[in-house]
Design a protein around this ligand. Structure first.
Ligand SMILES: C[S@@+](CC[C@H](N)C(=O)[O-])C[C@H]1O[C@@H](n2cnc3c(N)ncnc32)[C@H](O)[C@@H]1O
Length: 259
């Protein structure tokens, strides 16, 4: 027993502004407890004290609780639908879609989007928004160096065109990087951008409570233009899409109802 978890949540809130109440409690507590024990710390109060004093442990906490696992073209079949249906429909209009990758982690997701867009639009004109709560992960995203595992689903022609092999790693090109604007953003409390054609938010909503998720769906709906599309992760289907003013267009894809 490490102490009072309710108090820890309050301390973390004042230290990091992160609201742990919005994350599924059992899972989050288990993760935080194991991190604390791994650091040979015996109570929440002591942990909070070292978080205040040691920047490296603070960064470790932010990194660990946020779960940053990502990869390019994660669940390739869904990216195929994104390309052949969602983007195909928009490109008919001839205007560049306004896209937001929400909770973008190490950049694999927004860079995947840019590579797909590059098939239809001039790379020099593409600009998409990518946000995440974790400052360190955004710095990594901007560096753009990836392991073999991260790029395993990247189609050969993109790998050859947009990456340079650097030892065991793959460096993404500046022409792709320049198309993404990375910004710090907490989905639970920061303002959402407006007038988006597409919001890609994958593999983060699973960590939130039902109440937090519902609020986010409502806010995503407001952020989208009329008939805009929300693309969610593999285990994150909306049970009652119409409640949030969405209609399903394909599994994992929802269109804002035009009302
Ligand atoms: C598992 S990764 C998903 C990355 C990417 N979307 C994908 O599907 O590969 C989850 C990301 O959500 C971010 N995250 C967690 N809580 C967040 C919040 N409240 N606001 C914004 N991002 C958050 C984490 O920092 C992490 O980078």
């Amino acid at each position: 027993m490490l102490g009072d978890y309710e108090k820890l949540k309050k301390d973390i809130m004042s230290l990091t502004t992160v609201d742990l109440n919005a994350y599924k409690e059992k899972q989050m507590k288990r993760r935080i407890d194991s991190l604390i024990v791994r650091n040979n710390i015996s109570s929440y109060d002591e942990y909070v004290k070292v978080l205040k004093e040691k920047g490296d442990l603070f960064n470790e906490f932010m990194n660990y609780f946020t779960i940053n696992v990502s990869e390019f073209f994660r669940n390739p079949l869904q990216w195929d639908i994104f390309d052949k249906q969602v983007i195909a429909e928009i490109k008919e209009k001839g205007t560049l879609p306004k896209i937001w990758s929400a909770a973008c982690s190490t950049g694999d997701e927004p860079y995947t989007i840019v590579m797909i867009l590059s098939k239809y639009f001039d790379l020099k004109k593409i600009k998409i928004l990518a946000t995440d709560i974790d400052k360190t992960i955004l710095e990594k995203a901007q560096i753009g160096l990836y392991s073999e595992k991260s790029v395993k689903n990247v189609p050969k022609e993109f790998l050859n065109k947009f990456f340079t092999k650097n030892g065991d790693f793959y460096q993404i090109s500046d022409e792709i990087k320049n198309c993404v604007e990375f910004k710090l953003g907490d989905l639970l409390k920061d303002e959402y951008p407006k007038d988006k054609d597409i919001i890609v938010c994958r593999n983060v909503l699973i960590y939130f409570t039902e109440e937090a998720k519902d609020e986010i769906y409502k806010r995503f709906n407001k952020s989208l233009k009329k008939e805009g599309v929300l693309f969610v992760g593999n285990t994150e289907q909306l049970i009652s899409a119409s409640e949030f003013n969405f209609e399903p267009i394909k599994t994992f894809f929802y269109r804002k109802l035009s009302i």
